[in-house]
Design a protein around this ligand. Structure first.
Ligand code: ATP
Length: 761
């Protein structure tokens, strides 16, 4: 690298950087103190990088203890001065200074600018989410100087200290070889000019309080602050001297008056006894690990444990209050939410793809293990028994944490359910071992309660009831589900029905074949039992009698609907509806068929075709006046005539409309909506006494001739296009760019292949 003789190089900021700086400066004006947190967090990162490098190259550590130091140098008058934050971390060479501090390297920044533009400005909330690090220095200093020196390595044995200088408003910055030479030994120094309006950042006691509040958790490296020693007689003499303008010029003499005080001298929070840690401390710690100052966690657990392989560890686990943006799409690439430390030293937050099972990958976990060798490579680590055993323990602790929250704080748990309900459902499907435990964590709306659990359902079951009744309809309101013909009799009889409208609900329920001795039953499918059928001899006899009486209608319907349903039967599951369509217990409900059809590759899948075409049965309600009327009409029809009579045609039309309407009401698609509507229109005409052949007046104004001139430029168009940019709902995407919810067909199919559903098949 070039040395002292080298010229100052002036760089132009990327235009977005200028925007970013001014946005940060303007929107954080009342939260100036964030700069300290950001600078310390960067220093910590630099020290961690150094430590990682030192695992393969011990020499990089030669220039002294890894630490962070803070120095205040007051100007004459004591109201203004310089605040210097120094770390002995990995440092930056000239190129890195220019690149890291002068360009947008972070993917989040563009997104941030876009969101800030959309919102008409950034608020501290938004900034909290993105953490706009280094630029916050300009909040307190009109000029920022960063000097940096990377450690000497075999490759670069003689690094040169460089300095970056920028003003808050200019659109250029300079980088040059530091004229002072290599003063740092190693690392980075940030010098801020603090004006008298920001005096509080020159007071060491105030700085200590700020670090205490925001940064004690962000770093385990020691932070020292330089403090003036308690006043000694010598110092008093000095003060007198100052009256004669004898400002000490000699640094060494000056240093005598000061001492370094460690700021973060408390043991890190996870090493402490949970009883000694306050709620506020946990919340502050969460903010530090989540790098988000604006939100509080929904819950946490703090525990210590030993793995079977004999490694003891301590851990704190948090449930975040928000689901990370893109959570469901990021989930496959790993979220770096488990921070592993060994004896207080950060090792890695990359434990490999899906270290935590994906349904728990949102948890923010800190683990500090006691006896792992410090220099384990990531590969060895990932295969270690410790990590495998630890994973099992973390999953168990997470389930305990959810259970405890559910028991202790219902309101909080409602938030958890809303936010993580889908994740828990996936967990239940994917985890054989913890299936029942996770099932107990799920909450549902039911016809009895807006927020209930399966355990409560079981408690409230009726005598003889062995099935957990549910109806599923993705995206439908629970009110609509509660009005479905499938639930009317159960509801009328006083049974509780779960009303499910999440995409994961139906596949999840499909795997629940034994919950505390009860079995989940889709009320739109065959197989529903009340449990008191045996007692109801009278009802059975009545149905047998009705079967004889209704035989002509059943025969007619079977012939008429051949190919569309596999059977037509009388039912007692309905109260007021005339009929309904039911699928076999192993077939898909209308809800599931819709979900599956939304999977791009489903149509070509033989499994899909098989499931989709499983028999549907039309069930008719003998007590419905409409069905009674239909029976009478059918009986009155003359038998065996070749040409269908007008009456016969009318019955055929009525049946056709009734059937299609039932399809719709039962949640299926009508195969030919146009014909369906034509038939409905015929019926309407008849009821109004309008001729069935009368035509609408069909004079139509023709379109004008083909346009000759081109269209004006359409500037609005781009905007609407960009509306969907960055919006992702999940992993799959079909050709039109429509994104489906995350339900993964292959996964689901695999789940069908396993024992649970096979039982039924
Ligand atoms: N003290 C430092 N030592 C070494 N490199 C640093 C230091 N401070 C900043 N950098 C470099 O400058 C880059 C930009 O810093 P900045 O604080 O703006 O963003 P960040 O730390 O990457 O992101 P965020 O603040 O959102 O976590 C850092 O990624 C790092 O490479």
């Amino acid at each position: 690298e070039a040395g002292a003789g080298e010229e100052t190089e002036t760089f132009k900021y990327e235009s977005d950087i200028s925007r970013l700086r001014s946005l940060v400066i303007h929107s954080l004006y009342s939260h100036k103190d964030v700069f300290l947190r950001e600078v310390i967090s960067n220093a910590n990162d630099a020290l961690e990088k150094l430590r990682l490098t030192s695992l393969t190259d011990r020499d990089v550590l030669s220039a002294g203890e890894p630490n962070i130091t803070i120095t205040v140098d007051l100007d004459e008058g004591g109201k203004t001065g310089k605040l210097v934050i120094r770390d002995t971390g990995i440092g930056m060479n000239k190129t890195e200074l220019a690149r890291n501090l002068g360009t947008i390297a972070r993917s989040g920044t563009n997104e941030f600018l876009k969101r800030a533009d959309d919102a008409g400005g950034a608020d501290s909330n938004l900034i909290g989410q993105f953490g706009l690090g280094f630029y916050s220095c300009f909040l307190v200093s009109p000029v920022v100087r960063v000097s940096s020196l990377p450690p000497a390595t075999a490759e670069h044995p003689d690094p040169v200290q460089h300095t970056f200088v920028s003003t808050a408003s200019g659109d250029t910055f300079e980088v040059f070889a530091d004229p002072r030479g290599n003063t740092l030994g190693r690392g980075t120094e940030i010098v801020l000019d603090i004006g008298d309006e920001d005096q509080q950042f020159l007071s060491t006691s105030n700085l200590k309080a700020l670090i205490d509040k925001h940064s004690t958790f962000s770093t385990t490296f020691p932070i020292y602050i330089r403090e003036r020693k308690a006043q000694t007689p010598k110092a008093e003499v000095k003060d007198e001297d100052e009256e004669f303008d004898d400002v000490p010029a000699d640094d060494e003499e000056d240093e005598d008056e000061f001492t370094w005080v460690r700021v973060n001298d408390q043991a890190p929070i996870w090493m402490r006894d949970p009883k000694s840690v306050s709620k506020e401390e946990y919340i502050e710690f969460y903010k530090a690990v989540a790098k988000d100052q604006t939100q509080e966690p929904l819950g946490w657990t703090h525990f210590k444990g030993d793995t079977q392989s004999g490694v003891s560890f301590r851990s704190i686990m948090f449930i975040p209050p928000v689901l990370e943006k893109d959570f469901w799409s990021k989930i496959t690439s790993g979220l770096n939410n488990v921070r592993l430390m060994v004896k207080r030293v950060f090792i890695t937050d990359d434990l490999g793809e899906q270290y935590m099972p994906r349904w728990l990958s949102f948890l923010k976990v800190t683990v500090d293990a006691d006896d792992l060798p410090l220099n384990v490579s990531r590969e060895t680590l990932q295969n270690s028994r410790f990590l495998k055993q630890l994973q099992r323990i973390l999953v168990r602790k997470a389930i305990d944490l959810f259970s405890k929250l559910a028991a202790d704080d219902k309101e909080k748990y409602k938030q958890v359910s809303t936010l993580y309900g889908n994740a828990l459902r996936i967990g239940m499907m994917e985890s054989q071992k913890d299936k029942i435990k996770i099932a107990k964590l799920l909450r549902f709306e039911s016809t009895r309660s807006p927020f209930t659990s399966l355990e409560e359902y079981v408690e409230n079951r009726k005598e003889g009831q062995t099935q957990i009744y549910y109806i599923a309809g993705v995206g439908e309101t629970t009110q609509a589900l509660a009005r479905s013909p499938f639930v009317e009799k159960l509801k009328a009889r006083g049974y509780e029905i779960l009303l499910l409208n999440l995409p994961s609900d139906e596949p999840m329920m499909g795997t629940l074949n034994n919950f505390m001795g009860m079995q989940a039953q889709d009320v739109s499918k065959k197989g529903l039992k009340y449990g008191d059928e045996d007692e109801d001899e009278a009802e059975k006899k009545e149905l047998a009698a009705q079967n004889i009486a209704y035989a002509p209608l059943l025969k007619w319907l079977k012939k008429e609907l051949e190919g569309q349903v596999s059977d037509v039967v009388l039912t007692n599951r309905l109260v007021t509806s005339p009929c309904t369509i039911v699928v076999d217990s192993m077939g898909w409900s209308a809800n599931m068929a819709r979900l599956m059809a939304a999977q791009a590759e489903a149509e070509n899948d033989p499994m899909f075709q098989l499931m989709k075409n499983l028999p549907r049965v039309l069930e008719i309600n003998p007590k419905s006046p409409l069905i009674e009327g239909l029976l009478e009409k059918v009986i009155e029809l003359p038998e065996g005539s070749d040409e269908p009579t007008a009456d016969e045609l009318e019955v055929k039309q009525t049946i056709s409309v009734l059937f299609d309407t039932t399809l719709v009401r039962s949640g299926f698609d009508v195969p030919d909506p146009t014909t369906y509507f034509e038939r409905v229109e015929l019926l309407l005409r008849r009821s109004l006494g309008v001729s069935s052949s009368a035509k609408a007046e069909d004079k139509v104004k023709p379109a004008p001739p083909t346009a000759a001139s081109p269209l004006p430029e359409d500037t609005e168009h781009d905007k609407t296009d960009s509306f969907l940019d960055g919006v992702t709902f999940g992993a799959t995407e079909d050709e039109e760019g429509e994104k489906d919810e995350w339900l993964d067909w292959n996964k689901f199919k695999a789940s069908i292949d396993d024992d649970t559903v096979h039982d039924e098949l």
